[in-house]
Design a protein around this ligand. Structure first.
Ligand code: SAM
Ligand code: SF4
Length: 332
């Protein structure tokens, strides 16, 4: 049964159609990336994450409001034992056409075949360095080889779209650019370089190691890459291609002018708080309306009235957020 309301998108006050949910399914993480969770996060959450049933109701309501795409993120989403069930539930929701996952890749090799069967359409794997020692310095993990195996398993499954996300850190990506690019020569991967964003936890690193996307773009152009026409599915990424490479390169810069103009997403935290902007602190609690099916209309109304308050653009004051699950520009 197709969803009757799926074709009509919810619009915010600036006419932007909202079709895309980014949902954090846990705050926990098994890495301690220097730019994200330098202290790690292995404690049990003070607030328990939304259950499978609660997430199901949330996605039903959003599909009814015209949402077509859901990305599961975190924290590290593969730490949830019911991740494949979550993917299956979301993928089976009438109106939802794409289900994505953003992961550090540590558990991907074992999960990829089942995730594929569950209906996962795309996976973004974070990998900031192709050097195992540097990888360890950045993530606090010695799982470099496991992450590479995870990417191979995702390509082999095959999960239809496989992207690699690398945060732009001075003295890392700039030194390894050609290795990253060599990877795209024969593999149909999209490597997306993400400008480091400042948070309350990484100010010093940001000052010392930020590598502007514009610098990388200039190098790509010198190496014969050219910017491709924008596809709405690229999200905030500018995409580059090269005649001799089957893969693609993306550049994501939250600091670029126009970054917010095509924002088509809502974010919901693992505890069920709807966040209107990646960089804002406005949240709307949805969990009280997710306990059973009887509140579906009230839930849809709460979401619609929150969307009407979505701001035009972030302020780039950079003071309001700073938790890992807020940083979610990279799904595209
Ligand atoms: N744990 C998963 C992972 O690492 O892919 C999913 C959650 S992680 C918060 C989502 C994405 O945000 C990752 O690609 C990560 O590199 C990126 N990210 C985290 N902190 C960031 C920051 N300060 N600046 C830019 N990207 C960041
Ligand atoms: Fe964990 Fe992902 Fe943050 Fe790294 S970027 S600490 S893997 S949540």
């Amino acid at each position: 049964m197709s969803h009757p309301a799926a074709a009509t998108a919810l619009r915010d006050a600036f006419g932007r159609e909202l079709r895309y949910l980014r949902l954090s399914v846990t705050e926990r993480c098994n890495f301690r990336c220097v730019y994200c969770l330098p202290q790690g996060c292995d404690r049990e959450q003070a607030e328990r994450p939304l259950s499978l049933a609660e997430i199901g109701r949330l996605v039903d309501a959003l599909a009814g409001l015209g949402f077509t795409k859901v990305r599961l993120t975190g924290g590290e989403p593969t730490l949830r034992p019911d991740l494949c069930d979550l993917v299956r539930r979301v993928a089976a929701t009438p109106g939802i056409r794409r289900v994505g996952l953003t992961t550090n890749g540590m558990r991907l090799a074992e999960l990829a075949p089942e995730l594929r069967r569950a209906g996962l359409s795309s996976v973004n794997v974070s990998l900031d360095s192709l050097d195992p020692d540097r990888f360890r310095e950045i993530t606090g993990s010695s799982g470099f080889e496991r992450v590479l195996s995870g990417i191979e398993a995702a390509l082999a499954a095959p999960i239809p779209t496989v992207k690699v996300n690398a945060v732009l850190l001075r003295d890392v990506v700039d030194g390894e650019l050609e290795r990253f690019l060599a990877w795209t020569r024969h593999e149909p991967v999209a490597v997306r370089f993400i400008e480091l964003m400042e948070t309350a936890d990484n100010r010093e690193l940001f000052r010392e190691r930020r590598l502007p996307a514009a610098e990388l773009q200039a190098r790509l152009l010198r190496l014969g890459w050219s910017e491709l026409p924008r596809d709405p599915s690229d999200g905030p990424a500018a995409t580059f291609g090269h005649p001799a490479h089957v893969g693609r390169v993306g550049l994501i810069s939250a600091y670029a002018r126009g970054f917010c103009d095509s924002c088509n997403r809502l974010r919901v935290s693992s505890a069920g708080d709807l966040r209107l902007c990646l960089f804002g602190d406005q949240t709307v609690p949805l969990r009280p309306l997710l306990a059973d099916d009887s509140q579906r209309e009230a839930l849809a109304e709460r979401i619609a009235s929150a969307v009407a308050r979505k701001p035009a653009a972030h302020q780039l004051a950079w003071g309001a957020c700073g938790s890992a699950s807020n940083l979610a520009v990279t799904g595209g």
